[in-house]
Design a protein around this ligand. Structure first.
Ligand SMILES: O=c1nc2n(C[C@H](O)[C@H](O)[C@H](O)CO)c3cc(O)ccc3cc-2c(=O)[nH]1
Length: 320
């Protein structure tokens, strides 16, 4: 049985995984999920990226939105607002609240996030093994300028959702990552993988944060198996989200080739760019990364499966 490890952020990672499950029905898929986007609100621990993967693969996602639950209502949020309790800018729905209550209760009882995630997945049956990158607390903060010429750090969700990534990001800091340890099972899954995939997730705040947990980048580089990524940038712009803003913060151009270079040939063996970026192939290959141009727009589940097939085919080529 083919063992595939995928590093995943939120929507892009989740939709790619849905395609991968279709493309490799017999494979054992382990997902290492980003937890840098996690936020504590109303005394609850919210894990947007883990939940997006869990709901998407488990059939509970709000399809158009890409995050949160389908058939959602917002009574609790409205009642909290009636007490003047916010933040109002973060849309937590009633069904979603239940997930965060269960998670927070279990963590309060002493279970690590990895065990809690396993318990939540017992309901959703995502068909993959979903592991948080770490059981330790890591919070991505974004440094932005203030009106008086100073700097301040805001939580990633505040930057992303409330500020719509409008103020230029001067730095992205995964607070706590340096002290974090990979969650149980993460390093073993990487060491035992036949192929490792980087979906078209945000290279800085999603995959970059996972790679910032000491030991994970090294384990991937040392795994001795093909590592293949898919560009989240098509024609110089992010497919969705605001990855370009985060790339600018780390001094990386918003091009498919620059993102490949950012990961580097020490980590990546193969890189898929969209057909619109076929001009980038030669340059990426010259940098020591096997590169192919294929359609990379996840317009539907079939398109995502096609991308997953191309990623696995490129992994096969790299291995050969
Ligand atoms: O743009 C938004 N994204 C929301 N997201 C998505 C999230 O902010 C980001 O897209 C991811 O963290 C980036 O991967 C949520 C995700 C959850 O799991 C739970 C609640 C939210 C709420 C919002 C929201 O109000 N607005």
């Amino acid at each position: 049985m083919q063992r595939i490890v995928v590093l995943a952020g939120g929507i892009g990672g989740a939709r790619f995984l849905r395609g991968l499950k279709e493309a490799a029905p017999g494979a054992e898929i382990t997902v290492v999920g980003n937890t840098g986007d996690d936020i504590h609100l109303f005394g609850l621990k919210v894990c947007p990226d883990l939940d997006t993967v869990m709901y998407t693969l488990g059939g509970g996602i709000h399809e158009e939105q890409g995050w949160g639950r389908s058939d959602e209502t917002f009574t609790v949020k409205e009642e909290l607002a009636a007490y003047g309790v916010g933040p109002e800018w973060f849309g937590l729905g009633d069904r979603d609240f239940a997930t965060h209550i269960v998670r927070t209760q279990m963590i309060g009882a002493g279970y690590p996030l990895s065990a809690v995630t396993e318990a939540l997945c017992a309901r959703w049956r995502p068909g993959v093994r979903l592991l948080p990158m770490t059981d330790d607390r890591v919070e991505t903060h974004v440094v932005i300028g203030t009106e008086d010429g100073g700097r301040r750090a805001v939580h990633f969700q505040e930057y992303w959702v409330r500020l719509r990534a409008e103020p230029p990001a001067q730095a992205v800091v995964p607070v706590g990552a340096e002290q974090a340890k990979p969650a149980p099972g993460v390093l073993d899954a990487i060491a035992g993988a036949d192929v490792i995939l980087f979906p078209p997730s945000n290279p800085v705040v999603s995959i970059g944060t996972i790679l910032a947990v000491p030991g994970i980048r090294e384990a991937i580089a040392d795994a001795g198996v093909p590592v293949v990524g898919l560009s989240p940038i098509i024609g110089g712009a992010p497919v969705r989200g605001m990855a370009d803003k985060m790339l600018a913060a780390v001094g990386v151009e918003s091009t498919a080739a620059a993102v490949a270079g950012h990961y580097g040939s020490g980590l990546l063996d193969g890189w898929l760019v969209d057909t619109a970026d076929s001009g980038a192939v030669a340059g990426v290959e010259a940098a020591g990364i096997r590169c192919r141009a294929v359609p990379l727009l996840m317009t539907d589940a079939g398109a995502a499966a096609g991308m997953a097939r191309e990623a696995l085919a490129l992994a096969g080529e790299v291995r050969a």
